[in-house]
Design a protein. Structure first.
Length: 480
């Protein structure tokens, strides 16, 4: 250990043979309680870049005398949206104006094309003189503003220590070299505050950084880390993956030092700290702005859906009442976001033998107690329609991993890696696994892989695609 380094332990001591980043008492629910100051949660680079563009727009409106022209406002709004979509305002390690030139040109070209398409579609005469002038002034002033913003961010990082508080997971040679690069080159914005000892390594860190032992979540909370860098190639991949999921769920920026790093080229999602490539994981879905759009759409579509299917629910409810009596609706405890239980509602398709059967017995399609009405409800998935109420009140989403009962969640979490990780997003009425034929008595391991793929690749477009595939399956086969 370096002469100036200190070493502390967090929580219960972990035997050297264990990987302390994962312990049985650390779960998704406990990984959501990290509280940091606002300046530690908001990217200063993003604020500076957005401010520079807003200032450029204001200058363009005044210079071109276009404050009262709706077409100019529309074109400039399109430009901001296209730049945001091209990730011009992203947080980044390397502060280089030249890196964004391709993104800038693409955003400008798409803006011009979208504006032209819009005026043709609406059948209005374009005010090209003012629009082109405003876009030109915005681009020129904005480019100058972003250069100034990068310089200001660089000064803040190098002179005033405005980098992200960074926890480095690992104390091996790769972690040491990476940490030394962070210390020697603060312009990249990573300020190492601790190195987390993992695995059975006995290497001593030669850098003057606090060295700690213990689970990941308390370490991140104790150090108020905004960024977690995984530089532990000697640790089992599954352990690192689970820890990265927890760190991302806490709202931390997660960077991975890949194996065979010499083969990694620069590209989308790959940062570079000097000669070290770092893979930047996308933020947790629930922490992205588009997630609030998803939540709003879920509530609106669920309420509209309840109104539209109310007559169908009434007919189905009467059929259930005639076939097997009351109750018409069936409630069951399921596990949702962050492992929290909620009550799920369905139309009853059979009557359980006792009060505990529906919580502990795996349902099968050929159950002899299911009558003609029950079979029809299950085959067409009409029994799932009351879950629109669960979606409307926020227990579920239209699209997400399907919820399961507590007994089976406990069993599957023990039997299948990262089954519990499915609960880092709300459960859904339909999901990627279901539209790929994984429902009923099918492979749980396959479902887990599909659900975690969905979470890692979530977007509004993926949700729309799954909903369309669900409609196709219902129309083609009568089930989803």
């Amino acid at each position: 250990m370096h002469a100036n380094a200190r070493r502390i332990e967090l929580g219960t001591a972990t035997p050297p043979s264990m990987t302390p980043v994962l312990t049985a008492d650390v779960g998704l629910a406990s990984a959501t309680g990290l509280v940091r100051r606002i300046d530690e949660r908001v990217s200063g680079v993003t604020v500076l870049l957005v401010s520079a563009d807003l200032l450029a727009i204001a200058v363009a409106l005044v210079v071109t005398r276009s404050v009262t022209l709706p077409q100019v406002w529309a074109a400039l709004g399109l430009l901001v949206v296209c730049r945001a979509t091209a990730r011009v305002y992203r947080s980044r390690l390397r502060l280089s104006w030249f890196d964004d030139i391709p993104r800038e040109l693409v955003a400008l070209a798409v803006t011009a094309g979208a504006f032209q398409f819009g005026v043709v579609l609406l059948g209005i005469a374009p005010d090209l003189l003012h629009v082109v002038a405003a876009l030109t002034v915005t681009s020129v002033v904005g480019a100058t503003g972003r250069a100034v913003a990068f310089h200001a961010a660089r000064v803040g990082r190098t002179r005033y220590g405005r980098g992200d508080r960074t926890l480095v997971v690992g104390v091996g040679q790769a972690a040491v070299e990476l940490t030394e690069a962070m210390i020697d080159h603060p312009a990249f914005g990573l300020r190492p505050v601790a190195m987390l000892r993992v695995g059975d390594t006995t290497a001593q860190s030669p850098v003057p950084v606090l060295e700690i032992e213990g689970p990941l979540v308390p370490a991140v909370t104790h150090m108020r880390a905004a960024t977690v860098v995984f530089a532990c190639p000697d640790v089992a991949e599954g352990d690192s993956l689970d820890a990265a999921i927890l760190a991302r769920r806490m709202g931390c920026t997660v960077l991975l030092l890949p194996q065979m790093s010499e083969l990694y080229g620069d590209g989308d999602g790959v940062e570079r700290l000097r000669s070290h490539p770092l893979v930047r994981l996308a933020p947790d879905p629930t922490r992205r702005p588009t997630w609030w759009i998803k939540r709003a759409l879920d509530s609106a579509m669920a309420l509209i859906g309840l109104v539209l299917v109310a007559p169908l629910l009434l007919v189905a409810g009467v059929a259930v009442l005639i076939e097997s009596g009351r109750p018409i609706f069936f409630s069951q405890q399921r596990i949702g976001l962050d492992g929290h239980p909620f009550t799920l509602y369905k139309l009853r398709s059979l009557r359980p033998a006792n009060d505990t059967e529906h919580q502990t017995v795996w349902s099968v399609a050929a159950d002899p107690r299911i009558g003609p009405v029950g079979r029809m409800l299950r085959r067409t998935s009409l029994d799932e329609l009351p879950q629109l109420w669960n979606i409307a009140i926020g227990d579920m989403s239209l699209v997400g991993p399907r919820p399961e009962r507590p007994t089976f969640v406990a069993k599957f979490s023990q039997d299948h890696d990262r089954y519990a990780a499915r609960h880092r997003v709300p459960t859904g009425l339909t999901g990627l696994a279901q539209v790929n034929g994984l429902r009923g008595d099918t492979s749980i391991a396959d479902r887990v892989r599909h659900d975690n793929y969905y979470i890692a690749n979530w977007s509004l477009w993926l949700d729309l695609r799954i909903l369309l595939l669900t409609v196709r399956e219902v129309v083609r086969t009568g089930r989803h």
